[in-house]
Design a protein around this ligand. Structure first.
Ligand SMILES: [Fe+2]
Ligand SMILES: [Fe+2]
Length: 261
C-alpha cells in the first residue's frame, strides 16, 4: 500500500494506538494490524451475501436465525422486476448505469446497451469472484444467448488489450491488483477462445464501455432504460425468483440474502 495514502487514511484511534505502543516491536505490530484493516476495508465484500453469517443483529430480535423479510433491507414487491432489483437490491449501481449510458450515447444497439447494463450485476448483488460467470448464469433464462455469452466472456476480455477497439489494459487494475498481476491460465484460455467467436465484438464492447472512473455529476436512472429492458429482457409474470426458472433461487437469494437456511 502507498505509504502516503496509508498515513492520510489513518484514523485518530489507529494513530494513537501506534503512537502509544511502548516498544518498537509493539509499534510495528500496531502498524501491521492497521495496514491489514485498511487493506480489508479497501478490498470490499461481496454484494449482499455474508459467508460468515448476518452482519448485524436487529435490536430487540433475539432469534438465532433470520427467515423471510429482513427489516434492515428495503422491502421487495411480491412480483419483482429487474428494475425493482436495481432500485432495492443492487446497491450503488451507477457503474452499470453509466456504462450502459455510454454505450447508448455511442449509438450501440440495444443488445449491447443491455449487456453493459447487466455486465456486473453479480458484483452488486451476489458474488464478486468470477462475477462474469455468475452474472451470466443469473440472467441466462431472460436474455438473448448472445448477451449471456458476452457477459460471461467479459470476465476474461477485460484483462487483454485490443487495438482494433482502442481498448487498453485498465489502469485501475494496476492499482487494484498490482503491476505484476498476471491473469490465471483459465482466463488466458477463455480470452484466446473468445477471440475466435462470432460474438467476440459484443463482449469486447462491454469492456470498451466499462467505466472504471465514475463521471461526477452524471446522473443516470434505471428508468432511462425502461424501453431497452422491456424489449430485451423477458420479465417473468410471476416475478424474478418465483417463475421456477433454473436461476430463480439465485434471484431469491438476492431478495433474502440473510436467511438462516
Ligand atoms: Fe466486470
Ligand atoms: Fe464493469
Amino acid at each position: 500500500m502507498d505509504r502516503r495514502k496509508f498515513l492520510n487514511n489513518l484514523s485518530v484511534a489507529a494513530a494513537a494506538s501506534i503512537a502509544g505502543a511502548s516498544t518498537l516491536s509493539a509499534k510495528a505490530d500496531a502498524l501491521e494490524d492497521e495496514m491489514a484493516r485498511q487493506l480489508e476495508k479497501r478490498r470490499g465484500k461481496p454484494g449482499l451475501c455474508y459467508i460468515d453469517g448476518r452482519p448485524e443483529r436487529i435490536p430487540g430480535d433475539d432469534r438465532a436465525g433470520l427467515m423471510g423479510t429482513d427489516p434492515l433491507l428495503p422491502r421487495m414487491p411480491q412480483k419483482p422486476t429487474l428494475t425493482d432489483f436495481f432500485n432495492h437490491r443492487f446497491g450503488s449501481a451507477s457503474h452499470l448505469l453509466q456504462s450502459a449510458k455510454l454505450a447508448m450515447d455511442s449509438g450501440e444497439d440495444e443488445k449491447i446497451v443491455l449487456a453493459c447494463l447487466l455486465h456486473d450485476i453479480s458484483v452488486y448483488s451476489l458474488l464478486r469472484t468470477d462475477h462474469g460467470y455468475w452474472g451470466a448464469q443469473l440472467i441466462a433464462p431472460y436474455v438473448d444467448e448472445e448477451i449471456r455469452w458476452a457477459i460471461e466472456k467479459h470476465q476474461a476480455l477485460r484483462f487483454f488489450p485490443d487495438k482494433d477497439f482502442d481498448y487498453e489494459y485498465p489502469e485501475a487494475y494496476i492499482e487494484y491488483f498490482g503491476a505484476d498481476y498476471k491473469p490465471e491460465p483459465y482466463i488466458v484460455h477463455e480470452h484466446k477462445e473468445a477471440k475466435k467467436h462470432k460474438w467476440y465484438r459484443t463482449s469486447r464492447l462491454i469492456t470498451v464501455n466499462d467505466l472504471y472512473s465514475f463521471e461526477k455529476g452524471v446522473e443516470v436512472a434505471i428508468e432511462d432504460f425502461t424501453d431497452v429492458i422491456g424489449r430485451n429482457f423477458k420479465q417473468p409474470k410471476e416475478g424474478l425468483g418465483f417463475d421456477g426458472s433454473k436461476t430463480a433461487h439465485m434471484w431469491r437469494t438476492i431478495i433474502w440474502p440473510n436467511n438462516y437456511l
